[in-house]
Design a protein around this ligand. Sequence first.
Ligand code: M6R
Length: 606
Amino acid sequence: MCGIVGVLGNHEAAPILVEALKRLEYRGYDSAGIATVNGGTLDRRRAVGKLVNLGDLLVHEPLAGKSGIGHTRWATHGEPNVGNAHPHRSGPVAVVHNGIIENFRELRAELAAEGLTPSTDTDTETVAMLTEHHMNTGLSPTDAAIKTLGKLQGAFALAFLFDGEDDLMIAARRGSPLAIGYGDTEMFVGSDAIALSPLTDRISYLEEGDYAIVTRAGARVFDAQGTAVEREIRTIQISSASVDKGGHKHFMAKEIAEQPAVIADALRHYLSPTGDINLPDPQIDFATVDRITMVACGTAYLACLTAKYWFEQIARLPVEVDVASEFRYREPPIPARNLALFVSQSGETADTLAALRYCTGKAARIASVVNVPESSIARESDVALPILAGVEIGVASTKAFTCQLTVLFLLAIKAATDRGEITPEQREDHLSQLRRLPSLIAEALEQSDAVRETARKLANARDVLFLGRGPLYPLAHEGALKLKEISYIHAEAYASGELKHGPIALIDENVPVVVMAPRDALFDKTVSNMQEVMARKGKVILISDREGLAEASQGVWDTIEMPDVSDAVAPILYAIPAQLLAYHTAVAKGTDVDQPRNLAKSVTVE
Ligand code: M6R
């Protein structure tokens, strides 16, 4: 949530900040702002809504200066208006913030006792006010900021800039990630390395509790106890192209189209030509694991629900799956021979990270499946498995989901092998199906134009239901989540067999029902449920393979044809029509596909 950036540079800061914020806009887009120091004078510009509004403002009211901080906001405290937009300023102090200051009410009360009153609804303003207050007691800007950090509770990343200080920025990390970029006599800070990628490839990450005193000469980093520490500076490779739309109308369209390539990359990485599954060290021996606890949020949670079917059916290994926000407060017992497995695209989701920390020291092993290898979740795991999806910008997760599924499927095959639950022939059969996946997905993507036609009809619906059975049941949830997320159409998912236990009351001639049903072992049962829908005038969109459509498409409202695929691998392939349906429906409705309302890509607050 919220992206922050800072620069102590040799060129005008405003355009650099705005460019960097463009790369962070996926984290929030309720408002944006920058502050600079020019000839010692601190000033700021802020605008409500997308970054483009800040750009327009800067045309009319430019901001000079080679030192600056910037922010793109996902509102937590206070509605999105100019007053609540960052940077927040109190006298000589400007602050940008990602996260939540949990004790801001207490701090406000302390400031009020000194006669100081806030002018915004935000928690962040308190940080600036407190720092000014400390400076008024005679402390230097650096010491005042450090004293403020000592009083803050919550999860945050902060950058401070000061009036009269052209060559000073304070950066701090507690709970929310913060990267420091090293240039030639220039320094940068950013919520992630992508923001800084055109500026420098030399990056270090602050650790939990660290703060840094940054000048153009470099950064001095201190840990939570105030002890000077060294943090490794790594050369990071993020191509600028990876954050372009690459000729597509939306990032989501590009990311959907990239799936054959990124899944092929993941398979090349993990699967040798001779069928060995190569995982990073330390190796997980599934023969010593009694149960897997999988925890995640949103789409990543649905990847876990799908993987439960694989681990249980193929590896005969019991799996418990939970959403992180429930798991972390439920205080579940974690038996010693449990593998705790966390799945997250960003690797920074606050609830998933908190759930991981709950399991640390309890589970036999902490493993994660992540897209960002430098993320907190990856770094705090015993073993992190990258999904190699590349940068995902669209708020609606697409290629990260199918790459998560691919890695989890390989993990299930490895588990089955370790536990002696699979014959060499069964194993080879699963792996050869997986190797076919990139070309099957490419084939499925050719249905895009046909799906667009279906989506035009779907765009008029008020409510849509998704049905699936077995491993297609979690995918029905993913289809519903994608649709509501970007088209704002109310959508729900049910296990096909569950419909008659209540939800069937919703069915009438106005309710489209998307049925995900490859011609698998459960097909006939799903078709019976579909008939029950049609008998009540429900409009069925049947997604199946040629054989399934030939058998069951009579009387349905519309069909989408998928290539033949094995039962086990089907949920990965059927993610494609679910994504395309949501995408084309959103385009038909004219909603903001990549930055849907109220959402942010990376949810780093509870
Ligand atoms: O970065 P994560 O995978 O941990 O994010 C989890 C969810 O916030 C995320 O999957 C969200 O549900 C997506 N917007 C779904 O498209």
